[in-house]
Write a protein that binds this ligand. Structure first.
Ligand code: PLP
Length: 426
C-alpha cells in the first residue's frame, strides 16, 4: 500500500487549487513589533512589516507581560508538571482564572490550553449534559465551535449569519421544554462584523435558551475594561457563557470560559479536553494575567487600536481599494480568487517587505478570497501610508478588481448558506 503517495496526492490537490498553505518563517524581535525578520527559502533574512497578526494590541511584547513571564519562569521554572487534577494547578493559573472571572463579572472562569480547545470542550460538554439539548449555531461560527457542536452529538440547527428572524423561526419550531443552547461569536474574524447580541439575548430569554458567545476577536479590545463587545454593550450579565482567548488581544496563549459556578464545575469535571492534558505553564499564566490586568486599567492601547484601524480603512478605501465594510478593527480586502490573492500576498512580501497571509476557502466562501489586514496600535501612520502605496502598486501590476466587494460578499454568504455546517478550515 503506497501510503506516502496518498498523502502526497492529498496535498497536491491543495497545491493545484492554490490553497496549499505555506508558513512564513518569522522572527519576532522584542520591542520592534510589527516589524520582524523574515527568512526566505534560501535562508536569507530581511526586515518586514507584519500586517496580519492577531496580536492585535501588541501585548505579546509589552514590557509588563514580558517581565511577568521572565520573573515567573525564573522563580517557578517552566512546565506545569501535570494535568490540572494531578499537580498541574499552579498558583498563577488560579490567579489568572480569578482575573478572568472578574473581567467578565462571572462567578468563575476555567482556562484551557487554547481558545480552540475551550470552544470544543465547553460547547460539547454543556450540550451533552443537558438532556435532549438542541444547539442553535450561527452559520459562520468558527471551526472550533463547529467541532464542539459535532462532538456533542446533539441535534443542531444552523441559523443564517446574524439573522435574528431566522433564529426566532428555528427556535419556535422546537418543543419549548427542550433545553436549548445558542452559540455565536461577537466579532466575526473574517468579515469583522458584529453579532446582534441584545436581540439574541432577548430571544434566548423568550425561548428559555442558554447563550454561549465567542469573544475571541474582542477581548482586550472592546469594553471599558477589555471585557469584549458584551461588556461594551452592557450585556455581559445576559450571556451565560463567555469564551475567549489569551492569544490574540492579550498577546499570550491559552483559552477560557467564564460563567456561573455550576457550568464551570460541570465542564471542569466532565470535559476530557480539560482533564486529560497538561496545565498551562505558570510563567505563561502570569504573563496572560499581567496583560489582562493592564488592559483592564488602561484604555490607551484600545483607543490607539481603533484610531489606526479607522485610519487604515479610510486610507485604503480612499485609494480605491476594495475594502469591505467592517464594524471593527478587522480590515478585509477582497480579491475574490485563490490564485490572485496568493499572487498579491507574494508580491507584497517580495517587492514591498509587507507580510499579509492570503485567506482562502474554506476559511472564507469561494469567490471572497481576501487579504485580511489587522492594524495594531503599533502600526504608525507612516506604515499605513506605506501599506497603501504597496497595495496600490500590487493592485495595478496584477490588474486586480477595484470595485467595492460588499455586494459580492452578501451574495456569497447567501449562496454558501446551504445551512449545513461548513467544512472545518483554519
Ligand atoms: C472565532 C475564533 N474562536 C476561537 C479561536 C481559537 O482561538 P485560539 O487561537 O486561542 O486557539 C479562533 C482562532 O483563530 C477564532 O477565530
Amino acid at each position: 500500500m503506497d501510503y506516502r503517495g496518498i498523502f502526497e496526492d492529498a496535498v497536491d490537490t491543495l497545491r493545484a487549487e492554490k490553497r496549499y498553505r505555506v508558513f512564513a518563517d518569522l522572527e519576532r524581535i522584542a520591542g520592534k513589533f510589527p516589524k520582524a525578520m523574515y527568512r526566505d527559502d534560501a535562508d536569507n533574512a530581511r526586515e518586514i512589516t507584519i500586517w496580519c497578526s492577531n496580536d492585535y494590541l501588541g501585548m505579546g511584547q509589552h514590557e509588563k507581560v514580558v517581565t511577568a513571564m521572565q520573573q515567573t519562569a525564573a522563580s517557578m521554572g517552566v512546565g506545569a508538571g501535570g494535568t490540572r487534577n494531578i499537580s498541574g494547578t499552579n498558583r498563577p493559573l488560579v490567579e489568572l482564572e480569578r482575573s478572568l472571572a472578574d473581567l467578565h463579572r462571572k462567578e468563575a472562569a476555567l482556562v484551557f490550553t487554547s481558545g480552540f480547545v475551550s470552544n470544543e470542550a465547553a460547547i460539547s460538554t454543556i450540550a451533552r449534559l443537558l438532556p435532549d439539548c438542541i444547539i442553535f449555531s450561527d452559520q459562520l461560527n468558527h471551526a472550533s465551535m463547529i467541532q464542539g457542536v459535532r462532538q456533542s452529538g446533539m441535534e443542531k440547527k444552523i441559523f443564517r449569519h446574524n439573522d435574528v428572524a431566522h433564529l426566532r423561526e428555528l427556535l419556535s419550531q422546537v418543543d419549548r421544554k427542550r433545553p436549548k443552547l445558542i452559540a455565536f461569536e461577537s466579532v466575526y474574524s473574517m468579515d469583522g462584523d458584529v453579532a446582534p447580541i441584545k436581540e439574541i439575548c432577548d430571544l434566548a430569554e423568550e425561548f428559555g435558551a442558554l447563550t454561549y458567545i465567542d469573544e475571541v476577536h474582542a477581548v482586550g479590545m472592546y469594553g471599558p475594561r477589555g471585557g469584549g463587545i458584551a461588556e461594551h454593550e452592557g450585556l455581559m450579565d445576559r450571556i451565560d457563557v463567555i469564551e475567549g482567548t489569551l492569544a490574540k488581544g492579550f498577546g499570550v496563549m491559552g483559552g477560557y470560559i467564564a460563567a456561573n459556578r455550576s457550568i464551570i464545575d460541570a465542564v471542569r469535571s466532565y470535559a476530557p479536553e480539560f482533564i486529560f492534558t497538561t496545565a498551562l505553564p505558570p510563567a505563561l499564566c502570569a504573563a496572560a494575567r499581567a496583560s489582562i490586568e493592564h488592559l483592564k486599567g488602561n484604555g490607551e492601547e484600545r483607543l490607539m487600536h481603533q484610531r489606526q484601524a479607522r485610519l487604515t480603512k479610510a486610507i485604503l478605501a480612499d485609494a480605491g481599494l476594495p475594502v469591505m465594510n467592517s464594524d471593527t478593527h478587522i480590515v478585509p480586502l477582497i480579491v475574490g480568487d485563490a490564485r490572485a490573492v496568493k499572487a498579491a500576498s507574494d508580491m507584497l512580501l517580495d517587492k514591498h517587505n509587507i507580510y499579509i497571509q492570503p485567506i482562502n476557502y474554506p476559511t472564507v466562501p469561494k469567490g471572497t478570497e481576501r487579504l485580511r489586514i489587522t492594524p495594531t496600535p503599533l502600526h504608525s501612520d507612516e506604515m499605513i501610508f506605506e501599506l497603501r502605496h504597496a497595495l496600490v502598486s500590487v493592485w495595478t501590476s496584477l490588474e486586480l478588481p477595484r470595485e467595492r466587494a460588499d455586494a459580492a460578499i452578501t451574495a456569497s454568504k447567501l449562496t454558501s448558506g446551504d445551512l449545513t455546517l461548513p467544512s472545518l478550515g483554519g
